[in-house]
Design a binder for this molecule. Structure first.
Ligand code: HEM
Length: 230
């Protein structure tokens, strides 16, 4: 089967499953949680994989290419993108449904981090797919290009920092609601600290703070440069 058809098939299968769950009037929160657990494997590999960049761009490229062998299988990628769409849609629905009823700092941190993640993912995944359709290798240099194009580092630094920190915060809030009393606060603080530390490392890495990053001109020159900054 053609790769694009497999990708569409995967995304359609997840879309149909989501619609079925919706029609069965399954409570949205448990399905949102189940889809998050499915995504967690990709996200852990994705973000920890970026840490390979601490050993230089070539090491990052090798890890990226090894990971792509799995998640760029069209069926796997179709399911991944379908889960992401469902995650954003169900998350925004929960955000809307909870309006006016949200009480306490943790509920607000969960809502704000989730809202930011939905916005980030929309921009990030659109930019990556647009880059790929233009034949650009969407690698570390692609992700870092915006950080090396003044004054855009003032946008891309906070944009990446808050994405990774929001992910840690969002996971921490989910742990907070689901763990017993003595553990919940520690889990929340631990996840937020881990997110903060990872966010700082990745932003410094993208800025070339650990190793000088050579950004090829094709990543900086429009139109590929404009659409292709992660
Ligand atoms: C500093 C932080 C991040 C950097 C530098 C980064 C960079 C990248 C790069 C370079 C790609 C393309 C990968 C490839 O070509 O195979 C990508 C794809 C992707 N990223 Fe990120 N990312 C970051 C954070 C995140 C976060 C926080 C999320 C989710 C919450 C995320 C979700 C995704 C998804 C879903 C894809 C598309 C996978 C695909 O279908 O190819 N990323 N990212």
């Amino acid at each position: 089967m053609h790769a694009t058809s497999q990708l569409a098939l995967g995304a359609a299968a997840v879309g149909l499953a989501g619609t079925w769950a919706w029609r069965q009037r399954l409570a949205l929160r448990p399905v949102h949680r189940a889809s998050a657990i499915a995504l967690a494997l990709f996200l852990a590999a994705h973000l920890l994989g970026h840490l390979a960049g601490l050993a230089g761009a070539a090491a990052h490229q090798s890890v990226l290419e090894a990971l792509r062998l799995i998640y760029r299988q069209p069926l796997v990628e179709g399911v991944l993108l379908g889960c992401l769409l469902f995650q954003m849609g169900s998350g925004l629905t929960l955000l809307w449904r909870g309006r006016g009823r949200r009480r306490g700092g943790v509920a607000w941190m969960q809502a704000i981090s989730g809202g930011y993640l939905a916005l980030f993912l929309l921009i990030h995944v659109t930019a990556v797919l647009a880059g790929r359709f233009q034949g650009v290798d969407t690698n570390l240099q692609f992700a870092a290009a915006g950080m090396h194009t003044p004054p855009w580092q003032w946008f891309f630094g906070p944009y990446y920092f808050f994405a990774v920190f929001a992910l840690g915060t969002h996971v921490g809030c989910a742990l907070y609601w689901n763990l017993p009393e003595p553990l919940r606060a520690r889990a929340l603080v631990g996840a937020m600290l881990a997110g903060w530390l990872l966010a700082v490392c990745l932003v410094v890495l993208l800025a070339g703070g650990f190793h000088v990053l050579e950004i090829p001109a094709r990543y900086l020159a429009p139109p590929a440069g404009l659409a292709g900054r992660g």
